[in-house]
Design a protein around this ligand. Structure first.
Ligand SMILES: N[C@@H](CC(=O)c1ccccc1NC=O)C(=O)O
Length: 293
């Protein structure tokens, strides 16, 4: 496959249009079904778990998170923070509690983080918000047995930025035990000239300083003991698959504890939607990683 700089604008935009690569449905239908599945899953989770909704983690209106709490007497309670996807311009924490359905029953706390998507928010703000949300969760829940991160698509990018944080400017240094990066984007330069950047309005400088692929030395300093799972869908576009493969290889080459999971029979959307199901491969892997299988 040619390098992204050799692709014509139309081809590059197709590579970065996940809905056009699903084998299940048309582009419009797969997005509609995605939003519906996430909303329904989140409704189910809110019925099953005890919840704390709209907990502030900062001063801003958008700086709120939802907590899904298991009923358990165990002292071994891991917590997973979920960062939603949607190209930094769609979705919200209201669509992001679905993975609590199988996890709260196993004694795991799930936190769905809200952040200011574009055009209200810009890339620097979103990265700052998710970093501060993690600090706030650690401060609130100091008794948990382990902190884990999971992000999908743009949320996997934000999760990788959390792992790459220089925490010296923050009040504490979170110890993240594991991170699930699902169908993410780790190099923002290819999307600069595409429709994805229209609401984001990133300059090249902004894209470079917010690209996890450029921050691996910092990740190695901050997250050397984190087990990182880079997961990608079998039917993600070749460019998306390459983003995951290259980020995985760079992490591996710097000696990090990283696994590449190529998830069979999934596309960009089903790879995360299925986390509502306790029998799904990635759900089981998450539970195993957290010692809760
Ligand atoms: N234009 C994008 C849209 C997209 O990625 C998306 C749209 C709505 C909700 C979520 C989305 N993406 C990933 O979660 C696409 O082709 O799929």
């Amino acid at each position: 496959m040619s390098h992204w700089t050799d692709l014509k604008k139309d081809d590059l935009e197709k590579q970065y249009s996940p809905s056009r690569w699903s084998h299940r449905m048309s582009a419009d239908d797969v997005i509609k079904a995605h939003v519906k599945a996430l909303k329904e899953g989140t409704e189910r989770a809110r019925g099953l778990a005890q919840t704390l909704l709209n907990v502030p983690y900062g001063e801003g209106d958008g700086e709120k998170l939802d907590v899904y709490i298991p009923s358990t007497n165990s002292l071994d309670v891991p917590l997973v923070i979920y960062l939603h996807g949607g190209y930094w311009q769609f979705l919200s924490k209201e669509d992001s509690g679905f993975m609590a359905v199988p996890l709260v029953g196993k004694g795991v706390v799930v936190v769905a983080v809200g952040y200011d998507i574009a055009p209200k928010g810009n890339m620097d703000l979103m990265v700052s918000q998710v970093r501060r949300s993690v600090v706030s969760v650690v401060q609130q829940y100091s008794h948990i047995s382990g902190l884990y991160l999971c992000g999908h698509s743009a949320g996997a990018h934000l999760a990788a930025m959390v792992l790459s944080t220089d925490w010296s400017e923050y009040s504490i240094t979170p110890q993240i035990k594991g991170a699930f990066l699902v169908s993410g984007i780790y190099d923002l330069l290819p999307i600069l000239s595409t429709y994805v950047n229209e609401p984001l309005k990133m300059t090249e400088e902004v894209a470079v300083r917010n690209s996890p692929s450029q921050l691996v030395p910092q990740l190695k300093l901050s997250s050397s003991s984190c087990h990182i799972i880079v997961a990608v869908a079998e039917n993600d576009s070749p460019e998306f698959r390459k983003q995951s493969e290259e980020y995985y290889k760079t992490l591996e080459a710097s000696g990090l504890d990283v696994t590449l999971e190529d998830v069979a029979n999934t596309d960009h959307f089903s790879i995360i939607e299925q986390l509502v199901d306790g029998e799904y491969h990635l759900t089981k892997l998450l539970l195993e990683t957290m010692g809760k299988s």
